[in-house]
Structures are given as C-alpha cells and as structure tokens.
Design a protein around this ligand. Structure first.
Ligand code: EPU
Length: 419
C-alpha cells in the first residue's frame, strides 16, 4: 500500500506545469466513439481515471497508441455495441458518458451504473431525462442501464433541474446526430462543457452556446475524427495556487487559462495573498499569513466544489474564523475529521463548516476519502509541524499527475512510501 509522506514547513518556490483538464478529457474520450476514426489527443492528463477510460474504450474495440510526444492516438472505428465491463465503469463517474455516446452511434447502450468519488447521493436522473426527451426508452436490468432508440434520436428541448456538468455533456454527446435541434436549458457553463463542444465542432458537429445556460445542438449526419488539445485543468491549477498560498512562497503556475481561475484568484486576494495574472500563467506569492473568509461553492463561474476541500485546509491556518457553505455535494466534508486529527478546530452544521483558524496543525496519519480530500490533506500537511502520512493515494492519482513530484520540485519535503 502506498502513502504520501510530507514533512511540513518548507515554502514553495519555482514553476509548475499544469496538465490537461481531467473532467473535459473524460467526455471528449467517450465522444470519440461518435467519429469512428483515428483521433489524436494532446494534453491528456496521465491520471488513472483517464487510463481507466482508455481501458474501457479498448475493451469495447477501440485502439489506443501512446506517441513519444505524449499525445494519444485513439481509433474508435472498431468500437462494438456491447455492454461495457462493469468492473471498470463502476469505478468511475465519467463512464456515464458511454451512455450518450453509444446511444448516438448505435441507437442502444448498456452501461453498468457509474461509480466515482463518494460524497453522498450522485443520481443521473437528469441525464436520463435528457435521453428520454430525445426519444430513448430506458430500463434497468440487473443494475445495468439499458437505453434504446431503434429509429434514432430526435432533437428536443431539455430543461435541467440543476446545471449538471455530467447531464449537460452527456445530452450534448447523445444529440449530435439527433434529427432536428436539441436545446439544453439551465445547462452547466463549466469550461469542460466548452472544451467538449469545441472538440465536437472541430469534428463537424453543430453546437452553439456552450458556456452559456442554453446550448443548442443541430443534428448532423456524421462526424470526422480530428486532432485536439485538451484545455488546462483549472482544479489542478487551483490546487497549486492554494498550496503555495498556504505553505508560503512564490510559484508561477504555467499552462493555465487565467479566466477559469478568477473565482479562486479573487478569494485568495480577499485573504491577502498576492496573485499576478499573465497570458497563460498565474504567479501566487504568499507570506504564509492570511485572513479568514467565507466561501460558498457554486457552479461556474462561481467557486467550484472541487476546490472546497483545498480551501478548507487553508482555512485551518487563516487568522480568525472562516466558513464554507457547500451547495453542490452535501457529503463533501469527510476530510474535516482528518484535519481535526491534525489538530484543526472545525464545526459542521448541515452543509456549513466553520474553521477556527490560526492554530498550528501537527502531522499524523490521515486517510483521503476522495480525490480533492486527498489534495486538501497534502496542503494541510505542507504547513503542519512534523510529518504527515496520507493514505488513499489511489484517490489522489485519479486526478493529479505526479502531485508529489511537482510539489517536491517546488521545494516540498514530500515522497511516496510503500508500506
Ligand atoms: N445531480 C442530480 N442529478 C443528475 C446529475 C447531477 O441530482 O442527474 C446533482 C448532483 O448530485 C450534484 C449536482 O447535481 O448535487 C451537480 O452534479 P454534476 O452533474 O454537475 O456533477 P458530475 O457531472 O457528476 C462533475 C465532476 C465532478 C465535479 C462536479 C461539479 C466529472 C467526471 N466529475 O461531476 O468532479 O465535482 O462535476 O462540478 O466531470 C472531481 O473532479 O473531484 C469531481 C468530483
């Protein structure tokens, strides 16, 4: 079993390069099923959720080749209409995109219920609502979702109950070949959606309005494969921004879209941290001393729920009281117990956490309960007294490429240990 070992107290100095956005790469990989050909994808993050997605695609008949320059060739011409292996799809939320992709290409899909990080109930009722309104019939047989549209899908209006990232992406994918026009209202506006739409449009789709609350998809007859570079990962970038702010130091975070980071930058500035914005990088400079604030998680362009635990770790070290109100996932607070093991004083009332900052944390053995919880514990450990050993490394590896290597290059005393 692997653990991440961090000896706290070092400031972070230097440059860090951000990988491609995991949550954009996932729908794009499955959307490649639609274009039945040889795609070349650049800037795919080498993280385990992407490796698992490629394994699922290979199990369905796709061919994957890794180029020396880091790009990945994905040939989807041989993809077969069959059920995806349950042991794979049950491990990853992103596998839900198989439903939209298989339905669009074959008029049928059989996919085990997707898994993913556990922070409470994560239904896919809005995805299903979209498929049904496009004319698919849905049934569940032995835990497998079966979607059927023998005569193909037909464009329709879909009003989402909430701006779900997954449902918006899945309905876009499903409707690319639907007859007529599909209109998704109350759509998610995250950069992941814009990246997916840009990829599909590059392949010949007709998608307008991605990044706004109404996305219109005019069905086309076919797509062609393409070369595409995935946008940088705003959450990986944000994680390094908060890490530097918490540990102190000065780091230039490279290969980012600064616009995607505005909510994070503004919150750090409000706390007294210096953030300088360049064309495709941001520099964060921090003395390691900062004020407590309150944050509310929201859909883009609000502060992403995927940054909530990292800010929670930082709040343990802030002067005064900070509060976090979590609006997206009520169960995303499991990491608080681990921070309290390190000495943090935190109270939780429903979906609001209150951090009494300014007290030193002490390193100890803690366990990551999900991907971002793991990142939060690493951040807490960077500024803690003594040594922290963080278990649950497999969660961190789902979404961060070489977190320990990148932090070590910035001066952190961090390593992976086998126990
Ligand atoms: N929801 C429903 N019904 C649905 C879909 C969503 O009730 O059919 C609810 C969810 O339970 C949640 C809210 O709507 O309360 C938002 O969920 P959303 O669908 O937007 O999330 P997701 O697509 O399942 C993606 C990311 C998550 C990220 C969220 C929110 C992927 C693979 N996952 O999940 O990323 O937290 O959007 O931005 O894209 C992570 O990377 O750590 C991560 C968990």
């Amino acid at each position: 079993m692997k653990k991440i070992k961090v000896k706290g107290g070092n400031i972070l100095i230097g440059d860090v390069h951000i990988s491609g956005m995991k949550n954009a790469a996932l729908p794009i990989l499955f959307a490649c099923i639609l274009n039945k050909g040889v795609n070349v994808l650049y800037n795919l993050p080498p993280v385990s959720d992407i490796a698992l997605s490629l394994e699922i695609l290979e199990a369905l008949g796709a061919k994957v080749t890794n180029n020396i320059d880091g790009s990945v060739v994905l040939d989807t011409s041989g993809v077969r209409s069959e059920a995806a292996p349950y042991e794979y799809v049950s491990r990853m939320r992103g596998s839900s995109y198989l439903i939209g992709a298989m339905l669009a290409r074959f008029g049928e899909a059989r996919v085990g219920m997707p898994g993913g990080c556990d922070f409470g109930d994560r239904p896919i009722d809005q995805h299903i609502k979209g498929f049904v309104s496009l004319g698919a019939s849905i049934s569940f047989i032995d835990g497998v979702l079966c979607a059927q549209a023998d005569d193909g899908l037909v464009g329709s209006k879909v009003y989402l109950d909430m701006p779900s990232v997954g449902a918006t992406a899945n309905i876009i994918i499903a409707s690319v070949f639907a007859k007529g026009t599909t209109e998704i209202m109350n759509a998610a506006r995250e950069p992941h959606i814009v990246d997916l739409a840009n990829f599909l449009n590059r392949c010949g789709a007709d998608i307008r309005g991605a990044g706004t609350e109404t996305v219109r998809i005019r069905g086309v007859r076919e797509l062609h494969p393409c070369r595409y570079s995935i946008s940088p990962d705003m959450i990986e970038a944000g994680t390094y921004m908060v890490a530097v702010a918490t540990a102190g130091g000065c780091v230039n975070i490279k290969n980012v879209v600064p616009k995607h980071l505005e909510a994070i930058s503004e919150k750090l500035i409000e706390m007294g941290v210096d953030v300088e914005v360049f064309e495709d990088s941001v520099t964060v400079t921090s003395s390691g001393k900062f004020r407590g604030v309150s944050v509310k998680t929201w859909t883009y362009p609000g502060l992403a729920t995927d940054m909530q635990p990292q800010f929670g770790a930082m709040f343990c070290y802030a002067e005064g009281v900070s509060t976090v109100k979590e609006f997206i996932y009520e169960g995303r607070f499991k990491y608080l117990n681990e921070l309290m093991k390190m000495g943090a004083t935190i109270s939780l009332d429903g979906t609001t956490a209150r951090f009494m900052g300014g007290l030193p944390l002490e390193g100890c053995a803690v366990e990551a309960s999900d991907l971002r919880a793991g990142a939060a514990l690493v951040i807490a450990a960077l500024a803690a007294k003594g040594t922290t050993e963080i278990g649950g490394v497999e969660y961190i590896e789902r979404g961060y490429h070489d977190l320990e290597g990148k932090l070590a290059a910035l001066g952190a005393d961090i390593s992976i240990i086998d126990i």
